[in-house]
Design a protein around this ligand. Structure first.
Ligand SMILES: Cc1cc2nc3c(=O)[nH]c(=O)nc-3n(C[C@H](O)[C@H](O)[C@H](O)COP(=O)(O)O)c2cc1C
Length: 301
């Protein structure tokens, strides 16, 4: 989160960017839209996914595993962040196809052990949040006292080669890094600033078109940060995202109603997304047309 509320609050800047994009209506030749989504050979009911969260025990005693039950019930993709391998086993056992984002541990053997564990339990994919390689604000070089290390393109290529699972890089916020991921053989990227890793971070949607141009359909592009409603998802998809993750917006529903709360939140966002597609003549996700978007104030690039 931001160190200061006086300026540069990345979450606020990101919200403003979403709200600066308006949608043109197209009503003629419309049809009831299909929002089903296919990822790594599996079909899902929605492109709205859970974000790679962790340490949710304080929100609900069932933590991420309880959230995964809701995600499974919604027919969505589950993501999980930092946590013990046993927790990943429990999450996958809920039946929710799950992607585990592993930290850039300084101890490479720890990363490889976790990748192997994900293969064994049948995870959908694995990956790494490269934006945490220097640790956290105020705790440079480590996360929760566990040492991290900078991730090079060569290290990423090594992790990619070490596994039969798709390897994803989370924390891409530049076309430059997107190119490096492509060259390293990565199978998916998450365009994200990790809920405001630094102040004044560029909103994911602002750099998404540039990143999509570099990736050019070679791998799925996922987006997170500040997604709260179906129109946010619609705008991300229109600008080049394949699917979108929702994190903090699911936390209160998880705390209040457990798995049902998470399922209901995803279903609410689905319904809003589907409505946006109804009124813009998009019969499926591939038909969402970028040209329906307009910028309230002049577009920066
Ligand atoms: C409680 C919490 C725990 C998180 N843990 C992780 C993590 O372990 N690994 C990771 O890559 N991202 C982690 N994130 C970041 C999310 O995956 C996501 O990038 C971020 O919250 C932005 O999405 P949102 O605005 O929808 O919450 C965490 C976020 C929250 C709120």
């Amino acid at each position: 989160m931001s160190e200061t509320r006086n300026g540069g609050d990345t979450s606020l800047i990101t919200r403003e960017y979403f709200d600066n994009i308006l949608v043109e209506m197209r009503h003629i030749d419309n049809a009831e839209p299909d929002i089903s989504y296919t990822l790594y050979g599996k079909q899902f009911q929605t492109p709205v996914m859970y974000a790679a969260l962790s340490h949710l025990g304080r929100v609900h005693q069932g933590g991420l595993t309880e959230a995964a039950r809701g995600v499974h019930a919604a027919g969505a993709v589950m993501w999980a962040g930092m946590g013990e391998p046993e927790e990943m086993t429990d999450i996958v056992a809920t039946g929710a196809p799950t992607i585990n984002i592993i930290k850039p541990y300084a101890d490479e053997r720890e990363v490889l052990r976790r990748i192997e564990h994900c293969e064994k339990i049948g995870a959908l994919a694995v990956g790494m949040d490269v934006d945490h390689q220097f640790g956290s604000r105020g705790e440079r070089g480590s996360v929760l006292k566990i040492p991290m290390r900078p991730t090079s393109a060569a290290i990423l290529a090594k992790y990619v080669k070490s596994t039969s699972l798709p390897f994803i890089v989370k924390g891409v916020l530049s076309a430059v890094d997107a190119r490096k991921c492509l060259d390293a053989g990565v199978r998916g990227i998450v365009v994200s600033h990790h809920h405001g890793m630094v102040d004044y971070a560029v909103p994911p949607l602002m750099v998404l078109p540039e990143i999509a141009k570099v990736i050019n359909g070679a791998m799925p592009i996922f987006v997170d940060c500040g997604v709260e409603r179906g129109l946010d998802v619609f705008k991300a998809l229109a600008l080049g995202a394949s699917a979108v993750s929702v994190g903090r917006a699911t936390m209160a529903p998880l705390g209040e109603k457990g798995a049902d709360g998470v399922r209901e939140k995803i279903e609410q966002i689905n319904s809003e997304l589907s409505w946006a597609m109804c009124v813009t003549c998009a019969k499926d996700l591939a038909s969402i047309d970028k040209s329906v978007l307009h910028w309230k104030t002049e577009r920066p690039f």
